[in-house]
Design a binder for this molecule. Structure first.
Ligand code: 5GP
Ligand code: MN
Length: 346
């Protein structure tokens, strides 16, 4: 294919034209989703429990678009303690959020974002089970295929990429609010454009978003460069007990660790990013005890091992290099089961 040579500011640069990757989502599925939305007066949106930037950002971006189309919109996620994680409170559109108890019991049309399994809807599972139509917008390879219509592309770096498509297909336009939500999703799931999922299409989308005038510096600071003082103390405790065993670097954080500093569970997201840098380890694991006393297990791979498979086998899910699951066992048993499942793949 002939490279596209462009002139700009007197310098020429080559753009290797890659063949556009065919989306696995057929046009007919997009058209059906648009049709369902056009015919709905009210649309109920949900994302996975303990939402991250991609889940909440994708949902709110579409919520803005629907509201501008004159639809009644409710948006929620099924956490028992319903609260937007502190680091996502800067996202606009939170007035559209309702706690799960106020979510329609049997919505005509429900749209679900970034949830690879039905269970990830938490308290909203019964609502989804009673909904007439459930459109699932997701990019997890482990997506189990629930719902009445799937808009699922495992090659997309973030659900936000699919949410952007949906905005356009609904005739919506990017403004700074929508772009801020989508950008939060894109940078969260690409690790600030560092992960292998960062394709030209990711940067092209980022360019469209940044052109709306959003503040990338402020978003980055909100997402990654601030935390309460107690985080440092809890991180220190986690690092104090970190272990390196058979190429796996791992640690855990208890409720008691957090209680000493009043640190909410959601503040623990960054712990895995500190330990996964370890040269001697191929895999990183952090066990985080949530407020209910269950262990939320975060795992990361450098590429040689599919932790998504391992976590899916343990009842969770995720991606090849970033996945998680929930464990009701103690720390030692949780690690044992993880290792046993890991070895099955080798
Ligand atoms: P994190 O470790 O950042 O919480 O999650 C990493 C990836 O694994 C994300 O894509 C997330 O959606 C997925 N993941 C984390 N925990 C679970 C879980 O309990 N169930 C499922 N299905 N996926 C999870
Ligand atoms: Mn995601």
């Amino acid at each position: 294919m002939k490279p596209d040579v462009r002139k700009r500011a007197g310098r020429s640069f080559h753009v290797e034209r890659r063949p556009a990757q065919a989306s696995p989502i057929p046009d007919s599925s997009w058209e059906r989703a648009v049709d369902l939305i056009r015919h709905a007066d009210e649309v109920a949106l949900a994302c996975h429990v303990t939402p991250d930037g991609d889940a909440l950002g994708s949902m709110l971006a579409v919520a803005f678009t629907l509201r501008r189309m004159g639809k009644r919109v409710v948006a929620s996620f099924g956490d028992r303690h319903f609260a937007v994680p502190r680091l996502l409170r800067f996202l606009p559109g939170q007035d559209m959020l309702v706690p799960p108890a106020e979510f329609p019991a049997a919505p005509d049309l429900m749209i679900v974002f970034d949830a690879s399994t039905f269970q990830r809807l938490g308290l909203l599972c019964p609502n989804a089970a009673s909904a007439r139509e459930v459109v699932v917008v997701d990019h997890h390879p482990s997506n189990e295929g629930f719902g009445t219509l799937g808009l699922i592309d495992a090659a997309a770096a973030a659900t936000a990429m699919l949410a952007e498509q949906l905005v356009y297909r609904l005739g919506g336009r990017l403004d700074r609010d929508i772009a801020t939500c989508l950008y939060a999703g894109l940078v969260t799931d690409t690790g600030s454009f560092r992960h292998s999922s960062t394709t030209p299409a990711v940067h092209q989308m980022a360019a469209r978003l940044v052109e709306t005038g959003l503040r990338t510096d402020e978003i980055a600071r909100e997402l990654w460069d601030r935390s309460p003082f107690g985080y440092l103390k809890v991180l220190a405790a986690a690092l104090e007990r970190v272990r390196l065993e058979d190429g796996i670097v791992w640690t855990y954080v208890t409720r008691v660790d957090r209680a000493a500093y009043g640190l909410p569970y959601a503040e623990l997201e960054g712990v895995i990013d500190v330990i996964r840098r370890t040269d001697e380890a191929e895999i990183a694991v952090v066990l985080k005890e949530d407020d209910a006393g269950d262990w939320q297990v975060s795992t990361r791979s450098k590429g040689g091992v599919d932790v998504g498979r391992v976590c899916a086998a343990l009842g969770g899910g995720g991606h090849h290099n970033a996945a998680g699951h929930t464990s009701h066992d103690n720390v030692a048993e949780t690690m044992e089961k993880f290792l046993r499942e890991l070895r099955k793949g080798s």
